[in-house]
Write a protein that binds this ligand. Structure first.
Ligand code: P6P
Length: 322
């Protein structure tokens, strides 16, 4: 019976009870995040049916402008977070600048719907988020976002797939919850996720091989010679989630076309790096730990190599020594 009733809400309250000084603000913030996630999940799951799949500027049967799903998801998270009175500012992949709305004890970074180009073909997509303390009170500004991922209070992601899952960490392990749409609750399904130290899977877009450096080519050749298998969905959250559970490495290197990589440091790489490290894995930009990087701009790009610790460390050695 307990398995069916261990909801996210109950889990968060149990975690909160371990911190006597806790005010409940973090638990309330998470309730807001899960509310936004449930709304996005509903729209993603019906996107193939509703006119919402349309491009920006279409008018639906209600005479309302139809937003693309990623813009819709951004608006939902932005509204719910900034209306909470708990979040003083947000940085979003869909917002050119940070959006400041104090007061609030926290600031949140997020990619509202990563991989949304896959929604038309029913491939899993996701939301990635990270939560920091607001150390500047009413004077919160962009400077409060340009800080190490080691200051994260929490990080997580939603994966909108065959089921909708929320996976998050507050620095005490990584836990996964699966949405039961019949009761509208996230139920604990993956307690204390640990990524296998090694894995057979590697995830990279091999179409770009001609753009890689020789050391990257040598590393991928070595993976093939050692019997690894390629799995690449082209949706970061889906590729990351599979490798988190099964082991392996995801790679999005810098190349001739993307000299700094394609993926975003602040609201993609850093939150996932916190999660994977809490699960026993490792995330690198090829030179060092992603969590030691200090973003210089909110939309800064980075190479990303993330997954089983031994694999990522072997990749770093290849890039150093060839
Ligand atoms: P490519 C989706 O557009 C995305 O941002 C990530 O979700 C995904 O990992 C990556 O880009 C795929 O990029 O160049 O292989 O199509």
């Amino acid at each position: 019976m307990d398995k069916q009733t261990r909801t996210l809400t109950r889990f968060l309250v149990e975690e909160q009870m371990k911190h006597p000084g806790a005010t409940g603000a973090f638990t309330e913030l998470f309730a807001d995040i899960t509310l936004a996630a449930k709304i996005v999940s509903r729209e993603v799951n019906k996107a193939g049916l509703a006119e919402i799949l349309g491009v920006t500027g279409d008018i639906n049967i209600h005479g309302e402008e139809v937003k693309k799903l990623d813009e819709f998801a951004n608006e939902i998270f932005k509204h719910v977070l900034l209306k909470s009175g708990i979040v003083a500012a947000i940085a979003s992949e869909e917002e050119d600048e940070v959006v400041i709305s104090p007061p609030g004890r926290y600031i949140v970074v997020y990619d509202p719907l990563d991989g949304s180009s896959n929604i038309d073909v029913n491939v899993s997509i996701g939301t990635i988020f990270g939560i920091y303390r607001n150390n500047s009170g009413e004077n919160v500004s962009i400077k409060d976002f340009l800080r190490s991922g080691r200051e994260l209070v929490a990080a997580g992601y939603l994966i909108y797939g065959s089921s909708t899952m929320l996976v998050y960490t507050t620095g005490n392990g990584v836990h996964g919850f699966t949405l039961d749409p019949s009761i509208g609750e996230f139920i604990l399904s993956h307690y204390d996720i640990k990524i296998p130290e090694e894995g057979k899977i590697y995830s990279i877009n091999e179409a770009y091989e001609s753009r890689w450096g020789n050391k990257m080519k040598g590393y991928i050749r070595n993976l093939k010679e050692n019997g690894k298998t390629l799995r690449y969905i082209g949706s970061l959250v889906a590729d990351f989630h599979r490798n988190l559970l099964k082991g392996g490495i995801f790679l999005y290197p810098a190349d001739k076309k993307n000299p700094h990589g394609k993926l975003r440091l602040l609201y993609e790489a850093i939150p996932l790096a916190f999660i994977v490290e809490q699960a026993g894995g490792y995330a690198s930009d090829g030179k060092g730990n992603i969590l030691d990087r200090i973003p210089e701009r909110i939309h800064e790009k980075t190479p990303l190599f993330i997954g089983s610790r031994k694999e990522v460390e072997k990749l770093e050695n290849f890039l150093r020594n060839g």
